[in-house]
Write a protein that binds this ligand. Structure first.
Ligand SMILES: [Zn+2]
Length: 127
């Protein structure tokens, strides 16, 4: 992969990372406000709990995204960036430009998603 492409992607990753941190801090601020505001009406308690759960889940997924970004930055550092972790093939630059922290090529990603949806479907079947 061309050096300047990688430099551009690296910059995008760093920007994304910063943006995610800002969003997490913002959401944490909102959650803290909710907590500090207390619950004026006992009838609203459920709603407030739901909102807190939602904010918590949201920042968790953002934290995961940050980890993905960090790993992508590591791969750039190690020179393994753009290589599919599943098949070892090269990930297309178009895909990396859209999703710079992806670990898999399109076909492997589709396979993995199919596998995961089968797993969750069978888990749901058990319940
Ligand atoms: Zn692959």
């Amino acid at each position: 992969m061309r050096r300047e492409k990688i430099e551009k992607i690296k910059k995008d990753l760093l920007d994304m990372r910063e943006q995610l941190w800002i969003e997490i801090k913002h959401k944490q601020g909102e959650a803290a406000e909710l907590r500090d505001a207390g619950v004026p009406d006992p009838g609203d308690e459920g709603t407030t709990e739901d909102l807190r759960d939602f904010l918590h889940l949201m920042s968790d997924s953002k934290r995961e995204q940050i980890l993905e970004i960090d790993e992508a930055l590591d791969r750039i550092q190690n020179g393994t960036y753009g290589i599919c972790e599943e098949c070892g093939g090269e990930i297309k630059i178009k895909r990396l430009e859209i999703q710079p922290y992806t670990r898999y090529c399109v076909s492997c990603k589709e396979e993995i998603e199919k596998r995961e949806s089968r797993i969750s479907a069978s888990e749901q079947g058990k319940i």
